[in-house]
Design a binder for this molecule. Structure first.
Ligand code: SF4
Ligand code: SF4
Length: 479
């Protein structure tokens, strides 16, 4: 009977040799249900990503992070600079979602939805496969001496890589400046918008470097999510694993006492991170499912049940029960629910306009021609994508408080703002000390209003009294 293979522990990653050099990987092709499903999902994700700048909602791209005007348009919702605190919920929401999904489903994000995996496996590797051939041909071409044919293939492949990187970069840039603006910049000289030109150049080269050469190193060496996932999952989480109970002892077909694994190494040859899944769950596994399809294919040809490598929990692989409901999934689920609820409430509080009242710098008040005068600037911001008219009122103020400025409705352009002076004055004989009044803006349709409390300032009442007495004394004195 064949001996059970020990499952070696490694303290190095598969893509760095002991001397520090890197073995470039040539993962073999796979066919099967997961490969097909991932291709469809990648196609949809790429179409979604590339189409967002083209789809218009309320006159703006579906996702338009207008940095120049500090306005974010997200699927019809417009957030102004004052609303950026809401991004806190977006970022923490994404974080909690990843925690929750990872605790339940392991590296499902990495294998199915991460832009790095999606573009690498379904765009760049497709180009490479088209030009250089399958894994065997690619390896042979890599080892072959430099010939005109090899140079031609290399130039063609890298030119296409750079072209695709440039297209992705320009569409990504359109998320921040809009497509018409990107198109205008592309037709102008680089010197007219050198910072944009520098961004696009550096980003294109970064993508080219990553997808053309760095590849799986990003997941293994750089990606922080890859690092923290090991603390997010436990033995109940769904992972891609090898059923050692069924597969071991591995041995060639027909070997006496051998398990289901025929040691064909097909699962290793297809792995884009170069690992052997039979050694157990490893940090480098990005959950791409390639080894599942590869092994299922082998099992099918041998008329054996599929699933020697499959999605399951570590507990299930060990013959124990998998529990979906457990403290960490409950905790992450509750945090996710609370975060989603608070984010929904916060989004519902986003106002179509905002305003501020600022006292004119210098003297907080003026005493002049028998009046105590306070001067302000009122800034009204229209966050809608259509012009809006606003009425500015002063409420809860003494009846003798006179208002100058902003007595007529003001029109504010779409996503624009106006700043206008507001002067309030009260006869000094009636002034008895500082008081709070209300400034209120209403849209012309009366559907929306906002209020601010503002303080009316003046000299202390004691000073006023002393001044009055001094005047009276002065008046009594004979000339
Ligand atoms: S071990 Fe399997 S699922 Fe993990 S990266 Fe390799 S091929 Fe993909
Ligand atoms: S593909 Fe399946 S049978 Fe072949 S080595 Fe891997 S686990 Fe064993």
């Amino acid at each position: 009977m064949a001996a059970i293979q020990p499952l070696p522990n490694r303290d190095t990653v598969t893509t760095i040799r002991e001397d520090g050099s890197r073995p470039f990987l040539f993962p073999a092709d796979t066919h099967g249900r997961f490969t097909r499903a991932r291709q469809i999902s990648a196609l949809l994700l790429i179409a979604f990503y590339l189409s967002l700048p083209w789809i218009k909602i309320n006159g703006y791209p579906a996702v338009f992070l207008d940095v120049a005007l500090r306005r974010f348009h997200l699927f019809g919702i417009t957030l102004a600079a004052q609303d950026l605190w809401l991004l806190f919920f977006l970022i923490t929401g994404v974080g909690f979602s990843l925690f929750f999904v990872t605790a339940l489903l392991g590296r499902i994000w990495c294998g199915w939805a991460c832009p790095h995996t999606v573009f690498l496996d379904h765009v760049y590797r497709r180009i490479e496969r088209w030009i250089d051939g399958d894994a065997v041909q690619r390896r042979a071409l890599d080892a072959a001496p430099r010939t005109p044919q090899k140079i031609f293939k290399r130039v063609l492949k890298h030119a296409l890589f750079i072209l695709v990187s440039a297209v992705i970069t320009h569409l990504f840039f359109a998320y921040f400046v809009s497509l018409p603006e990107v198109w205008a910049m592309m037709r102008a000289a680089p010197a007219e918008h050198w910072s944009a030109f520098a961004f696009v150049t550096v980003y294109t080269l970064g993508l080219y470097f990553n997808f053309g050469w760095f590849r799986e190193q990003l997941c293994i060496v750089l990606c922080p999510y890859g690092r923290i996932q090991s603390v997010l999952i436990d033995d109940h989480s769904l992972v891609i694993g090898y059923d050692a109970k069924r597969g071991e002892p591995r041995g060639k077909v027909g070997a006496a006492g051998a398990g289901a694994c025929v040691d064909c190494n097909r699962c290793v040859h297809v792995c884009p991170t170069g690992i052997d899944i039979r050694q157990g769950l490893q940090m480098e596994c990005v959950g791409c499912t390639a080894c599942i399809d590869a092994c299922d294919d082998v099992m099918t040809r041998l008329h054996r049940p599929r699933g020697l490598i499959r999605y399951d929990s570590k507990n299930a692989f060990a013959g124990r029960v998998t529990r979906w409901l457990r403290p960490r999934t409950l905790l992450y689920g509750v945090l996710l629910f609370i975060g989603a609820s608070v984010a929904t409430w916060a989004l519902s509080t986003v106002r179509p306009a905002n305003f501020g009242v600022t006292r004119i710098t210098g003297a907080p008040y003026l005493v002049d021609a028998g009046f105590v005068r306070n001067q302000f600037f009122v800034r009204v911001v229209n966050k809608r994508t259509a012009p809006a008219r606003f009425v500015v009122r002063v409420n809860r103020a003494p009846a003798d408080l006179r208002q100058t400025g902003l007595t007529a409705p003001v029109e504010v352009p779409p996503l624009g703002e106006i700043v206008q002076p507001l002067v309030l004055q009260q006869p000094r004989v009636n002034y008895t000390g500082p008081f709070i009044f209300e400034v209120r803006i209403e849209d012309a349709a009366g559907k929306f209003h906002l209020e601010r409390d503002v303080e009316f300032l003046g000299p202390e009442a004691r000073l006023l009294r002393e001044e009055e007495e001094e005047k009276r004394e002065h008046a009594k004195k004979p000339n």
